[in-house]
Each structure stands twice: as structure tokens, then as C-alpha cells.
Design a protein around this ligand. Structure first.
Ligand SMILES: [Zn+2]
Length: 378
């Protein structure tokens, strides 16, 4: 076990480097499915640090197997993709002790900290207690549908015995998966000229009515569970004087209970049926389903993993993090029953907005938490 004094010293020596690395990564655009530049950067960074056998897989995960000797694997990950579609570097500014840039908290700062933590173990030069693989993974956000995590779980299969995802902030530990289902709903009607065909079915007004019906549905009432829904994007129509023939919108629902997920699916079915019975042509395209909790394969190890995360965070920040349910890369290992935990390594705000920021000083704390955590495997 590494002395915490050594870790603090290491943090002091490398905090500036970490901030520079965060800024460098921020300047590399990485919308979901287009993480190739960040993946290439991480691969080069690892190789420059002396890492061997680093590779980028087909899912655009950059992978550094620190130790891959056929034993059980502990997987550390942080996702490179951001929710923003921008393919040009996004603006970064510093103000009042905060560093602003879209995607900086979710999850760029955690990718940078993962890189430094992996190099720390590499520099220790000791044979770890278990096999360890670090992954700067793709496709966590939105319609990326956890592609990167699914791919890496497939690569290492049953050898994966623990998964730690560095994501979101330092105040929470995600210990449960929130399942989600996402759809594109396509509406087609007769349409026509706004004057001469007035009265024909209008896809936009049908979409509006359909969205209204979705927002009036009764939520499942299972106690202790949370269920939500959202319409996040809408488009359609042809021109101001055209009765729209086509409209579409994106709809998702989420729940931490698989029974509630089922009920939300039934609600959607019955609402769509009602519209179809009136002659509205509706097509539902499934964009992604994130699984919820499976049956845990090793409950003791699961609880021990969560405790370790909580203890590391508390010992550094002085505050115990909150246990939460969330939709993260851990949904995949959770669904297999593999002990997993997700927590972040900075304090932040404005997540998923253009005003997203991290508190600049918090990256030191995050680095210390990460080093404490990974050193328990060394
Ligand atoms: Zn994230």
C-alpha cells in the first residue's frame, strides 16, 4: 500500500500537468461515434508515458492493459465522448476559479485524471495484485448507447470482475443502474396545401397531440423508485404554407426499476395504438435500450467496492458522497451482475450545457482520490 503522504506529494507535483492535460483534451472535439481523435491522443499519450500494448479498438476505445496476464481483470474507464455535436474545438475560458468548456466535467476531466492515475501505477513498476485494464472509452453519451463499454466487456468477457467508471462529479457515487429506452417516433399524414387542402391530416399537429398525450401519462407508482420521461428533439414539415406530411421526435423514458420500465413501455404502446386507430401513420424506431440492474454475482465484493470509493472520497474531501442511481457506462457490467461503481474526480456544474464548468482547484482532490483508489490494487 502506497503512503498517502507520497500520493499528496505526487498530486502537488502533477496538478498543473493535469490541468494542462484537461485543456488539451477539451480542444479535441469528440461527439459520440466520432471519438477517433481523442482515442488517438490517449494512445499516443500512454505510449509516450512508456505504456506497452496500447491499442484503439473498433469501437474507438483507447485501451491500455497495464497488466494482462490471464488473471481476473479490474477495468477502469472514463468516456471520451461529449454530448455536443461540435467538430471544431469548443471555447474554453477561466473565470472565478472555474474552468468553462462544454464537456469539461462530463467527462473530459475524468479522462485526464484516468490517464495520470494509470501512469502513476505504471511508474510504481510493481506487479499489481490483479490484472488491470484502463480504457478511455467511446459512446457513453446519448445515442452512443454505451457502445464503447459493451465492446470492452465483450473483449475481456468473464475475466472482468470489477468495473470502475470515472464519470460525473466528486460528490456522488453511482451504485445502481437507471435503465432507459430511447425512440425516434415518426409521424406521417396526408398533408397538402395549407389553403386548398385545409382539413387534411397534419403531421406536426399530430406530433404535438402525441407529445401532449405522453406528458399526460400516469407515471408508475412503485414505491422507492423513480421514473422519468422526456421529449428531447422535434423536427418536421416542409414550409409555412404546407400541411406537414412528416414530423418526428425523440422520446426517452428512464427508471431505476425494471418493473416500471415495463409499465412505461406499455404506456407508450397504448398511446401509439390510440393514434394509429385514428388513422395516423406512426413508426417507432428504437434508438437504444440501456439495461438496468441484473442480479449481482458477488454482493460482498460489490459493497466493498462502493465502500472503497466512499472512503477514498471522504478521506480526501472530508465529505461522504451520496449514493445515487444513474445511467452510466456501469449499466452494462451492472446488467451482468458484475460489481461496479461510478464516481467523478472534480466538482462541476452546468453539465450537458454550453456553460459546463469544473472548479479548477477540485482537480487536485480528484487526482488524490484516483491515486488512492488505484493504489489499492498495486
Ligand atoms: Zn458522462
Amino acid at each position: 500500500m502506497v503512503q498517502s503522504k507520497d500520493i499528496q506529494q505526487y498530486v502537488e507535483q502533477h496538478a498543473d500537468e493535469l490541468l494542462t492535460l484537461v485543456k488539451t483534451l477539451c480542444a479535441i472535439p469528440a461527439p459520440s461515434h466520432h471519438e477517433e481523435k481523442r482515442a488517438a491522443f490517449c494512445k499516443e499519450w500512454w505510449e509516450a508515458a512508456g505504456a506497452k500494448n496500447v491499442y484503439v479498438d473498433e469501437a474507438k476505445n483507447a485501451v491500455f492493459p497495464l497488466c494482462d496476464s490471464g488473471r481476473d481483470i479490474v477495468l477502469f474507464m472514463a468516456h471520451t465522448d461529449t454530448v455536443f455535436p461540435d467538430t471544431q474545438p469548443m471555447p474554453l475560458r477561466e473565470q472565478d476559479g472555474k474552468l468553462f468548456c462544454p464537456g469539461i466535467g462530463d467527462d473530459t476531466v475524468n479522462v485526464a485524471t484516468l490517464l495520470l492515475a494509470s501512469r502513476y501505477l505504471l511508474e510504481c513498476g510493481k506487479q499489481p495484485k490483479t490484472d488491470i485494464v484502463f480504457v478511455a472509452n467511446s459512446c457513453e453519451e446519448g445515442l452512443g448507447n454505451l457502445k464503447g463499454c459493451r465492446a470492452i466487456m465483450e473483449t475481456y468477457g468473464a475475466r472482468v470482475k470489477e468495473v470502475i467508471s470515472f464519470d460525473l462529479d466528486l460528490k456522488s457515487v453511482y451504485t445502481k443502474a437507471v435503465g432507459s429506452a430511447r425512440y425516434k417516433i415518426k409521424i406521417r399524414t396526408k398533408g397538402g396545401h395549407s389553403w386548398s387542402d385545409f382539413g387534411n391530416g397534419n403531421a406536426i399537429s399530430e406530433a404535438a397531440l402525441l407529445i401532449k398525450a405522453l406528458y399526460e401519462q400516469a407515471l408508475p407508482k412503485e414505491s422507492g423508485c423513480k421514473t422519468t420521461y422526456n421529449v428531447g428533439m422535434i423536427s418536421g414539415g416542409t414550409s409555412v404554407n404546407t400541411i406537414a406530411q412528416y414530423a418526428e421526435f425523440l422520446y426517452e423514458y428512464r427508471s431505476d426499476s425494471s418493473a416500471c420500465m415495463e409499465q412505461m413501455k406499455e404506456n407508450l404502446n397504448s398511446i401509439l395504438d390510440t393514434f394509429q386507430e385514428r388513422g395516423v401513420q406512426i413508426e417507432r424506431e428504437e434508438l437504444g435500450v440501456r439495461p438496468g440492474m441484473g442480479v449481482c454475482k458477488d454482493c460482498e465484493r460489490q459493497e466493498a467496492l462502493i465502500r472503497r470509493a466512499e472512503n477514498c472520497i471522504k478521506s480526501v474531501t472530508g465529505k461522504a458522497p451520496k449514493r445515487l442511481a444513474g445511467s452510466t457506462d456501469c449499466n452494462i457490467p451492472f446488467s451482468y451482475g458484475i460489481p461496479s461503481v461510478c464516481f467523478g474526480l472534480a466538482t462541476m456544474g452546468g453539465t450537458h450545457t454550453r456553460e459546463e464548468y469544473i472548479e479548477t482547484d477540485s482537480v487536485r482532490l480528484g487526482l488524490e482520490v484516483a491515486l488512492l483508489f488505484v493504489s489499492e490494487y498495486a
